[in-house]
Ligand binder design. Structure first.
Ligand code: ARG
Length: 459
């Protein structure tokens, strides 16, 4: 390859092999091959419309590009050594339609071409990830539905806090994923802008039809400023930032499921297919899949940081540093796509162990807040109620007893407002049923939430 797109200025005929190797990005940006073909086709069609290539020249180029597109789709395209995918496709067309291909790059720069290709990639990837998020949401709604009556201790500070429906926790995951989906939808609008016509950075003196190219490629609009168009990668940062939050969400969900599947908690079991054993300890059944989802989130968070660092301090407009953005973007997309897909499958294999969870609810301190609210309903000020129940708990801790081990007269020693019915509140079913506020763990509300999500996800 003799500096295929820029050889004239140089005496040398070939790029120095070490420099070609060092600067080449084709190993990474070949993912963009299909988008580059589509983009080049739209560009050439526009050039014909604007009178810069003849209809024969256009036909010759388009037929080579279409052949290449088909080869890419069948996984049969092999580009060999090139600076990048844009140079590779240019020389591919040159070899097959030499005369016409000389006009293919009229009024265009790789600086804008790469941005448009990446924008097309981002738009498709957002669609792909959105579908995977939807599938995982469905998986979780199914799990919540299957385990609607199971009550577990809810935790704050990793200490038992209050009883909650397991399904309420799972529906929290569905909400988190919904915001991830919304963030992607929002990021999509910033990707949906065509920059073709920006040239290397200043635009073009040729009479090019930017709108035509944008429409051919399905973009919603054309960019406003040619310098901005070739310089910024904020749309990539935004996409990867959104993926980073999904990574953090998947990691936290994994952590919950890993923890709750241990013998120490024992609330649930993960299907054998999604666990692995130990080469040494015969008894082990480890949640390695979830651990890898948790571990790989580091790659996406790291990619976001790398992108921000890559951009910080870059002078306007295009600099070759920007070539490095793609590796971080592509890796993030693949990490999240594979994580979402395997989590959906895994969610279908989770089995609940309600009895084990119920045992942990025998510790009646988990009802302390319910008792305080019982007193509030009897007219006691919350601060006093908090102190009274706190005193009861301290007394029980000292005496190593449960709250229900105290007689009613002992309880009334703490507050005259405590009556016989108070024992009925030391119960998980009552605890969740007593919750009233919208968004709480009340079984009727959770049931409704599950039903409305089921409907929403059918669409
Ligand atoms: N491969 C480059 C990139 O990914 C695009 C080519 C621009 N190169 C140049 N020398 N202006 O950013």
């Amino acid at each position: 390859m003799a500096g295929g797109l820029w050889g004239g200025r140089f005496e040398k005929k070939e790029m120095h092999p070490a420099v070609l190797k060092f600067t080449s990005s084709i190993g990474v940006d070949k993912i963009l091959a299909g988008y580059d073909c589509l983009s080049s086709r739209a560009h050439v069609e526009m050039l014909e419309k604007c009178g810069y290539v003849s209809s024969e020249e256009k036909k010759a180029i388009v037929s080579v590009l279409d052949g290449l597109l088909a080869a890419i789709e069948n996984g049969q395209a092999d580009f060999g050594e090139h600076e990048d995918i844009h140079s590779a496709i240019q020389s591919y067309v040159e070899e097959r339609a030499p005369d016409a291909a000389k006009k293919m790059h009229t009024g265009r720069s790789r600086n804008e071409q790469v941005v448009n290709d990446v924008r097309l990639y981002c738009k498709d990837s957002i669609g792909r990830i959105t579908a995977l998020i939807r599938a995982l949401q469905k998986g979780f709604v199914g799990l919540a539905d299957r385990s609607r009556d199971v009550i577990i201790p809810g935790y704050t500070h990793m200490n038992r806090a209050q009883p909650v429906l397991f399904s309420h926790l799972i529906m929290a995951y569905v909400e988190m994923l919904e915001r991830d989906r919304q963030r992607l939808e929002d990021a999509f609008s910033r990707c949906d802008v065509s920059v073709m016509g920006s040239g290397a950075m200043a635009g073009s003196s040729l009479d090019l039809n930017r709108k035509f190219v944008a429409e051919k490629l399905g973009f919603g609009s054309v960019s406003a400023n040619s310098i901005d168009s070739v310089s910024d990668r904020d749309f990539i940062v935004e996409f990867v930032a959104s993926l980073s939050l999904t990574a953090v969400h998947l990691s936290r969900i994994s952590e919950d499921l890993i923890l709750y599947s241990t013998a120490e908690f024992g609330f649930l079991e993960i299907g054998e297919d999604y666990c692995t054993g130990s080469s040494l300890m015969p008894q082990k059944k480890n949640a390695d899949v979830l651990e890898l989802v948790r571990g790989r989130s580091a790659g996406v968070i790291g990619a976001l940081n790398s992108l921000l660092i890559l951009l910080k301090g870059l002078p306007h407009s295009y600099n070759r540093d920007l070539q490095e953005d793609k590796k971080f973007l592509f890796e993030s997309v693949e990490l999240i796509a594979s994580g979402l897909a395997i989590m959906s499958d895994l969610a279908g294999t989770i089995r609940l162990n309600g009895e084990e969870a119920a045992e942990k609810l025998d510790d009646e301190f988990i009802y302390a807040t319910d008792l305080a609210e019982y007193l509030v309903r009897k007219g006691v000020a919350f601060k006093d109620a908090h102190r009274i129940v706190g005193n009861i708990v301290r007394h029980c801790v000292d005496k190593k007893m449960n709250i229900s081990d105290l007689s009613i007269s002992e309880l009334r020693g703490f507050s005259g407002e405590l009556d016989e019915d108070v024992y009925g509140y030391l119960n998980p079913e009552t605890s969740v049923k007593m919750k009233k506020t919208q968004g709480s763990t009340n079984p009727d509300l959770v049931k409704k939430e599950i039903a409305s999500w089921k409907k929403k996800l059918e669409r």
